[in-house]
Write a protein that binds this ligand. Structure first.
Ligand code: 0O2
Length: 295
């Protein structure tokens, strides 16, 4: 009979632990141990080490754990395939632009699969009770994410139009944080699209979040993210104000650079329809959020 050292005990017993949170229970179900859980488990363990030095784990438990692990890997693979479909589409657009129009509107593309920990945090944030894989599929749409950084705002909308006009792409929602920046100054165009993935078992429609933004927006978002991480979301108010000023400066730089580029290349202003004017920063999102466009 396989035996595990008692260091694994706290996670195995989370289901019956009265003070465990929803997300910890789910992590336990899908077999994820966060470092912090491990350390707190280790501390309580060392206190009880005399009472319980080993725990017996049955063959059944191990088989269940293996099944869950395999199911989680299959689940994440679907998103990885969807993400790769979108990456290919973007890369084809980039190559076509480069060769046929002698212009590359894309500065860089980054993709990521949400980590299991981050999925668990989002489950808790959204208050999803008793989550299972189907529920997560339905409720969490940004497990696969592709971020496309463009040179100019017009390129952002052009890329969005070209990608979402493709026959096999279905647009689920669009959040236009460029036309309607978030209160903190965050700007980006977010689209949840669905793309077909063809597996040996048949076709699947996989949601992928695509974020389109300019270099200046990307620079700002990345700094803002680091600052929030450093201060654990309790950012001093003077830094919040500075970030807001920096967002304005980034927007000003975007429009200056685009003007310069158009002037240098003799491109008329806005060949594409301009986005609607930005909402005033102080306006609270209306009941029906104007940034969210259900399609
Ligand atoms: P990560 O690490 O990128 O995965 P919803 O999914 O619609 O229920 P959510 O997740 O708030 O709710 O959606 P939204 O507003 O479209 O934001 C999704 C992603 O946009 C975030 O993912 C960030 O990547 C980015 N984002 C949104 N707001 C901000 C912001 O104020 N600052 C920065 N730097 N990025 C932002 P995650 O899941 O938070 O993180």
């Amino acid at each position: 009979m396989p035996r595990f050292r008692s260091q694994f005990l706290p996670e195995r017993r989370l289901d019956t632990d009265s003070n465990c949170d929803r997300s910890a229970r789910w992590r336990a179900r899908i077999g994820i141990v966060r470092t912090s859980d491990f350390h707190s488990g280790f501390r309580s363990r060392t206190r009880n080490v005399d009472a319980m030095s080993t725990v017996h784990v049955t063959e059944d438990t191990i088989n269940q754990a293996r099944e869950l692990r395999d199911e989680l890997q299959r689940f994440l693979r679907e998103y990885e395939f969807g993400m790769r479909e979108v990456e290919t589409k973007i890369s084809i657009l980039r190559d076509e632009f480069t060769h046929d129009h002698a212009y590359n509107p894309i500065e860089h593309v980054k993709s990521r699969l949400k980590s299991p920990d981050s999925i668990v945090e989002k489950i808790a944030r959204k208050g999803i009770d008793e989550p299972d894989f189907d529920r997560i599929r339905a409720e969490i749409t940004d497990i696969a994410g592709v971020r496309v950084t463009c040179s100019f705002v017009a390129d952002v909308y052009r890329l969005f139009d070209l990608l979402t006009a493709q026959d096999d792409v279905t647009v689920r929602t669009v959040k236009d944080y460029i036309a309607h920046p978030k209160d903190n100054g965050y700007k980006s165009l977010h689209a949840i699209i669905e793309v077909p993935v063809f597996l040996s078992t048949g076709a699947l429609s996989v949601p992928v979040e695509v974020q389109f933004r300019t270099i200046a927006m990307d620079f700002w978002a990345s700094l803002e993210h680091k600052i929030y991480y450093k201060f654990s979301n309790q950012v001093p108010s003077h830094l919040v104000d500075s970030l807001s000023d920096a967002a304005d400066a980034a927007a000003e730089l975007d429009s200056r650079m685009e003007r310069l580029h158009r002037e240098a290349h003799g491109i008329p202003l806005r060949q594409l329809a301009p986005p609607p004017p930005p909402a005033p920063r102080s306006t609270p999102p209306a009941a029906a959020d104007p940034r969210v466009v259900g399609v």
